[in-house]
Design a protein around this ligand. Structure first.
Ligand code: AMP
Ligand code: ZN
Length: 490
């Protein structure tokens, strides 16, 4: 089934059969978060979509090197290489060091990804950790004639590049069209061409995060970090590069130009872009003020939310729309997802106790085939979910005695439901975590009874041993007049 995977490639605007450069291995690069503030649910949608893609590639048996960077420098407020550095601005606002800002929001991002059960990438490189690589790449682009320095800032020469390579190819735009949409240069502009963008930016006296380069003190532009880090870890040409579709026109277009200018090779074989999470049709963003945080979603503490939602219900909500379609947030849709998620989890429990018969009334092999067909068709998770609901229907029918299933088919159905629900969709049974708590309560009742018996027999050595061993495992017990209390020390 591996041979059958088709991926929609933004570059060719069509679905293409996926052929990795090295058999059985995949290089995957996804633009990560800019860690000067909390990630909102829209950002999470993009990272969760790529988590699904990563998980499915692993499920198919590929060895995947998944690189997702952390942008911790070089991100100016506008797309035009002007305005304040976002990190420095936030550092002043919160009265912290820029690297404290970076640490704070990186930790927050990891916590959120864990809540959503997203797998960590294989490598998570930071822009500040790869300044040398970025400087080397800029030097090489200058040597090859596609960049120039003016007064300590280095610009990429878009018009020169476009004479040899189609600069606007990712969004299918000609240079003339792009120029039309850009303002004229003013007398204050240093750069030669309207579309030229900065590879290295000269530091101002007040700039906090700066490094010494052949062009003096400064810091890298945003786009160069991804070109430098992707080629370092995945090679000059690698399999898949992804990000939100808002990155196509500038960030990814410039990444292609930088890498192509430096290496004279197209950097990426398959460009993948996820569509946006919207609220009432408006794209969720930090600047639009409609970007609620995952924490607010879990607790329900945002005016747009009728109540709190479990992370797995939210993850399931995202899986019910294809990654290339917009997903509009609404309480109704989330509540429907809560029900659907519960239905799948209940079917998994029922599956454990199904009785088998000599034959099956449903075709489980066919169902399995449909699940793979859905995912092989550009990771079509909503169709996969529809097939998993069909699996849940079969499970309930067999349980009610309306249908039968053979032992072989039951084995296949278990493999299919577990594999796609837990490994591929990345869901976990949140309620079974609660049931684990119940198991712990039961075990503690047994231990406390044993301790009570030991005390009654005046076997204090045993009762103390039980108390001390529990304490070693952070379970503290306390004798009170009403009985024995226990708690887990945090
Ligand atoms: P940023 O931290 O702003 O660089 O964004 C991190 C990722 O989130 C990028 O891949 C963006 O394209 C993506 N993103 C931003 N807003 C949204 C949204 N409303 N829906 C989905 N993805 C988004
Ligand atoms: Zn990037």
């Amino acid at each position: 089934m591996q041979e059958e995977l088709f991926i929609y490639n933004t570059l060719s605007r069509s679905k293409e059969k996926f052929t990795p450069i090295h058999k059985g291995m995949v290089g995957l690069y996804v633009c990560g978060p800019t860690v000067y503030s909390d990630v909102h649910l829209g950002n999470c949608r993009t990272f969760i979509s790529f988590d699904l893609i990563y998980r499915y590639l692993l499920h198919l048996g590929f060895k995947v090197r998944y690189v997702r960077n952390i942008t911790d420098a070089g991100h100016l407020e506008g797309d035009r290489d002007e305005g304040d550095d976002k990190f420095a601005k936030k550092a002043k606002l919160e009265q912290l060091e820029p690297m404290e800002i970076v640490q704070k929001y990186t930790v927050g991002f990891h916590d959120v990804m864990r809540e959503f059960n997203a797998l960590p990438p294989s490598i998570e490189p930071t822009a500040t950790g790869h300044i040398c690589e970025q400087i080397e790449m800029i030097k090489s682009i200058i040597e090859k004639g596609y960049a120039y320095e003016i007064n300590g800032t280095v610009y990429f020469d878009v018009e020169k590049y476009n004479k040899e390579f189609p600069y606007g190819q990712l969004t299918n735009r000609k240079l003339e069209e792009l120029l039309e949409g850009t303002r004229e240069l003013s007398g204050q502009d240093e750069k030669r061409g309207r579309l030229d963008f900065a590879l290295w930016i000269k530091a101002k006296p007040e700039t906090l995060m700066k490094w010494l380069s052949p062009w003096g003190w400064g810091f890298p532009g945003w786009h160069i970090e991804c070109s430098a880090m992707s080629s370092k870890y995945l090679g000059d040409t690698f399999d898949i590069h992804g990000g939100g579709m808002d990155l196509q026109a500038t960030h990814h277009t410039n990444e292609i130009a930088q890498s192509q200018a430096c290496n004279h090779k197209a950097p990426v074989n398959y460009w993948m872009h996820t569509n946006m999470l919207t609220v009432n049709g408006v794209r969720m963003s930090k600047s639009a003020g409609n970007g609620f945080l995952p924490g607010e979603l879990f607790t329900g503490s945002h005016p747009l939310l009728e109540k709190g939602y479990q992370p797995m219900a939210v993850r399931f909500f995202m899986m019910q729309t294809h990654y290339r379609s917009t997903l509009d947030f609404s309480n109704e849709a989330l509540q429907a997802s809560e029900k659907g998620y519960a239905r799948l989890m209940n079917s998994i429990k029922t599956l454990e106790n199904l009785k088998t018969s000599s034959s099956s009334t449903s075709n489980i092999k066919e169902l399995q085939k449909k699940c793979y067909e859905a995912m092989n068709d550009d990771f079509n998770a909503p169709i996969l979910v529809a097939n998993l609901f069909e699996g849940a229907r079969i499970i309930n029918s067999v349980n009610d005695g309306k249908e039968t299933i053979s032992a072989d088919d039951l084995g296949l159905l278990k493999k299919l439901m577990h594999g796609f629900i837990f490994d591929v969709l990345g869901l976990k049974d949140e309620n079974s975590l609660a049931s684990n708590d119940k198991v712990l309560e039961g075990v503690m009742d047994i231990i406390l009874d044993l301790r009570k018996e030991a005390k009654a027999k005046k076997d204090f050595a045993m009762s103390d041993k039980l108390r001390d061993e529990l304490a070693k495992n952070r379970i503290m017990i306390k004798d009170t007049k009403e009985g024995v209390n226990w708690s887990i020390e945090q």
